[in-house]
Design a protein around this ligand. Structure first.
Ligand code: C2E
Ligand code: CA
Ligand code: CA
Length: 402
């Protein structure tokens, strides 16, 4: 394998080559039992979502190494991973039942992540591990193969000493063409490691006991800024990410409600975001806690919708007021007619369940226009504004209090 990669690197002539490690397993079943029919269908789907020049190596049971010559860098390789993921959204009917197959992908790209076959395979392998640990279906290798591992102690101290920061990213109302509000995103700048990826430290908090303290920090940190923002513009809404892991904490509803009351932020100004995959992992308790929060008046958003493999019947059980379409669907909307149909049907689904529909990852005016035409209510992404510190966001608000 490493030999083949070396060959493609030599042929690349200044261009890029991507190596993808792909594993497929049946949803909710660690031990996959793929029969022959499934094997064939799965291999067929993998091949169909690739280009003719891409090469597929079976390296184990339901494991593939993919070699993509002539890609245009990491973004292009991620698009390929995205296509693969999407080709498995539709369950496979094997004549007996519908089988949902979940892909996990690690990506490494020459020359960003190494310049030998071994380095690229190593990079793809650690990216694969990273993706398996998170809710993401795919992950990209770290530059220089460096996998900093942030420690429990460092994160605990950062939370305790209030060294995390709240960023706000604007959310745009496509119907009124005005600012709708913002999503709160946590930032952690470590003196030694630099900016730590939020996905990474949120995951660490979830895997250790730190998520309770982190959530308390996030609620108070966000609501404090919401209070100042609402003083300038009382029409705004603020979205706060919640890890459903805290739903097991006794008194969690009271804690969230209490924080809103302390900062005097009305519950209908707040939207609590939970990812589709996380609520699905613990559907019973999530439904119970979310119903209570909804009764108090908080909005509820289903985040990263579309990649979590929930069945539509589950959607009815969650008292959600918003559906946030995952950015992977939005990203190649403009180039892939099938994505356009998917996004359009998600917008319709959300509306038929009386939810507001939000598109994430809107990076270009073309995408914004397309989504507006599809009836998408709200949009968020670099085109409308990247996340900025809460202070900067608030300073930029026109003062409507006179
Ligand atoms: P998320 O909730 O899906 O947040 C959206 C992510 O997309 C953010 O990444 C944001 O910076 C990024 N983003 C926004 N617009 C664009 C765009 O146009 N293009 C691209 N490519 N990306 C865009 P970020 O800040 O790195 O956060 C990653 C994840 O970490 C979040 O995903 C969320 O799941 C988690 N997270 C962040 N802050 C918190 C928090 O305070 N609490 C909890 N529980 N989770 C958080
Ligand atoms: Ca979110
Ligand atoms: Ca999201």
């Amino acid at each position: 394998m490493s030999h083949e990669i070396a060959g493609e690197i030599r042929a690349a002539d200044g261009g890029s080559v991507a190596v993808l490690l792909l594993r497929l397993r049946r949803y909710r079943q660690e031990h996959i039992l793929f029969d022959n029919f499934l094997n064939e269908t799965v291999t067929e789907r993998v091949k169909q979502s690739l280009r003719p020049e891409d090469r597929v190596f079976e390296i184990g049971e339901n494991r593939f190494a993919l070699l993509l010559p002539g890609v245009r860098g990491s973004n292009h390789a991620q698009l390929a991973a995205n296509r693969l993921v999407r080709s498995f959204v539709e369950p496979i009917n094997n004549g007996v039942q519908q089988v949902q197959v979940m892909p996990t992908i690690g990506i490494a790209v020459y020359p960003d992540h190494g310049d030998t076959g071994e380095q690229l395979l190593d990079g793809a392998e650690s990216a694969f591990e990273q993706a398996s640990l998170s809710n993401d279906r795919y992950a990209l290798a770290q530059i220089n193969g460096r996998r900093r591992s942030i420690s429990y102690d460092a994160l605990r101290d950062a939370i305790q000493q209030n060294r995390l920061e709240v960023n706000f990213q604007p959310i745009w109302n496509m119907r009124t063409n005005r600012l709708f509000g913002a999503e709160s995103l946590a930032r952690w700048s470590h003196p030694e490691f630099g900016e730590v990826n939020p996905t990474e430290f949120v995951l660490l908090a979830e895997q250790t006991g730190l998520i309770t303290g982190f959530t308390r920090w996030s609620l108070n940190g966000t609501l404090r800024h919401c209070a100042s923002a609402l003083a300038r513009n009382p029409d705004l809404h603020f979205a706060i990410n919640l890890s459903p892991r805290v739903f097991h904490d006794p008194g969690v509803v009271e804690q969230i409600n209490g924080a809103a009351q302390i900062w005097e932020v009305p519950s209908d100004r707040i939207v609590l975001e939970v990812t589709e995959s996380a609520v699905m992992e613990d559907a019973e308790i999530s439904a119970r806690v979310l119903h209570r929060l909804r009764e108090i008046g908080f909005g509820i958003a289903i985040d990263d919708f579309g990649i979590g493999y929930s069945t539509y019947s589950y959607l009815k059980r969650f008292p959600a007021t918003e559906l946030k379409i995952d950015q992977s669907f939005v990203r190649d909307l403009a180039v892939d007619p099938r994505s356009a149909n998917l996004v359009r049907s998600m917008v319709e689904l959300g509306h038929s369940l009386m939810m507001r529909v939000v598109a994430e990852g809107v990076e270009t005016p073309e995408l914004a226009k397309l989504l507006g035409d599809m009836g998408c209510d709200l949009a968020q992404g670099y085109w409308f504004g990247a996340p900025v510190t809460a202070e900067v966001f608030i300073k930029g608000l026109p003062d409507s209090s006179g």
